[in-house]
Design a protein around this ligand. Sequence first.
Ligand SMILES: [Zn+2]
Ligand SMILES: [Zn+2]
Length: 269
Amino acid sequence: MTLPDRAALGTLHGKEAAIAPPLSTLGITLVVAPIDTDAFGTFTAETPRQGTMEQAARAKARAAIAATGLRHGIASEGAFGPHPYLPFTPLGQEVLLWHDAETGQDVIERTRDTRPNYDHHEAATPEEAQPFLTRINFPETAVIVAPSATCPPFAKGIRDHETLAATLSRATGKSFLQTDMRAHMNPRRMSVIASLATRLAQRLSVPCPQCHAPGWGLLATDPGLPCGECDTPTRLPAFDIHGCTACGTTDRRPRPGTADPAHCPTCNP
Ligand SMILES: [Zn+2]
Ligand SMILES: [Zn+2]
């Protein structure tokens, strides 16, 4: 297996602080490509993302490759919104993608954050905004102020009380305040990207047993772990599917053990 000594990182938002240290343990130095990542989609109302998170991350990685002339590129993409099942719970999703322009191989890590620093509030004055500001850990976490939830913002990346007060005074009545989700403005998000980068580095360190490309690891699971009481297949994973995204080799390994009858459709319908 050969890993490059340099890879391009497409970011305007300081993500190298989170991604460079784990990759340096593999001998890879990141070259930051200052591409306009906001053109691929923003968290605010200006530019909606086109396509899936993975497509957006791949487009950014390829833009970083084009800007640097390097063979390998990295980019991340995040999405934030309400949790699909749990009421009043936000959900953050993050994708970190490594792309090899010569082979077309992607090596991808994904994670979900059920405690993202993702919140919003309507306020006319700094006093009205204070409970929200305390909750989101302002000014370490920056704030975006907009006339309403669907309008382009007055200002992003606000990190001091003076600017916040001046921005709120531009509106007649209440403004829409929200956490700035860009990585360099949101320490919680930066820490999630850092843990994802550690996992990506671990994955890249394992070569495919067949073609020796980097990035062998868990790709999916198959459900069906049998109930410990009655042997009925449950929805819990019964097999781990490890594989290589370069040559397509996979290895389906059974998980040991049985499922708690609480997960069984027969014992606990
Ligand atoms: Zn392979
Ligand atoms: Zn059962």
